[in-house]
Ligand binder design. Structure first.
Ligand code: ADP
Ligand code: 5GP
Length: 215
């Protein structure tokens, strides 16, 4: 079982990236592009009690489960974080992160809400949080509607919660406006590259160079 170190740190070159936004702002689209560009990163497949959308595949998009199964996992302490979002339960299992580490991945992307982001940050302070904003509320509504898989009721519910989610933007390290997808993607890419160059991740390399000079 994967253990969180006492310092709250995972391995230095393992980047943990949280992507959060109101529903419809473009997290899923951006995540897909990220995984194409950074195949060494792993998408964290959450568990959810939500019903699958027509284009979703079990174990690729989510581990779809019923409420009872989800609650049993909560009882067993199997989640790194979990929360109720839009009336459904969602959670990141510890096993998901374990597997990525065992497979030699260089990091994980979590598509989770602000409640989950808060729980992960409390356990792993070095996590990087990115909040995606739509260019306007009108465009957000248009995108929610454009996702043909949703009923009008679901669109309305998600839109109503959007402002609550946006209220939590200050909790994140970076805020990216997803107006043009390519521009938003460039910014997200830049965040990952910058996170990899953090001093705290480079300390052992710098120390090795200093030792070389002395020798
Ligand atoms: P989320 O995962 O945040 O709920 P999605 O990635 O599913 O959002 O995007 C919602 C809808 O908006 C999708 O139909 C997607 O194709 C579209 N979309 C995403 N980004 C953009 C963009 N920059 N411009 C126009 N449409 C977009
Ligand atoms: P959707 O139903 O559109 O896939 O996701 C709805 C919301 O749930 C999004 O804000 C998404 O980020 C969030 N979500 C998805 N998986 C998780 C998870 O494992 N934990 C938490 N806390 N939120 C999640």
């Amino acid at each position: 079982m994967w253990k969180i170190e006492a310092s709250g740190r995972m391995d230095k070159d393992f980047v943990l990236l949280i992507l959060s936004s109101p529903s419809g702002a473009g997290k899923t689209t951006l995540t897909r592009k990220l995984l194409e560009s950074f195949p060494e990163l792993r998408f964290s497949v959450s568990h959810t009690t939500r019903a699958p959308r027509a284009n979703e595949v079990d174990a690729r998009d989510y581990h779809f489960t019923d409420r009872r199964g989800f609650e049993a996992m909560v009882e067993a302490g199997a989640f790194l974080e979990w929360a109720e979002v839009h009336g459904n339960l969602y959670g990141t299992s510890l096993a998901e992160v374990d597997r990525a580490k065992a497979d030699g991945c260089r990091g994980m992307i979590f598509d989770i809400d602000y409640q989950g982001a808060r729980q992960i940050r409390a356990k792993l302070p070095t996590v990087t949080g990115v909040f995606i904003l739509p260019p306007s509320m009108q465009e957000l509504e248009r995108r929610l509607r454009g996702r043909a898989s949703e009923t009008e009721e679901v669109v309305q519910r998600r839109f109503a919660v959007a402002k609550l989610e946006i209220e939590h933007y200050a909790f994140f390290d970076y805020v990216i406006v997803n107006d043009e997808i390519d521009k938003a993607f460039d910014q997200l890419r830049a965040v990952i590259l910058a996170e990899r160059a953090r001093r705290t991740r480079r300390a052992s390399l710098a120390e090795a160079l200093l030792r070389e000079r002395k020798a």
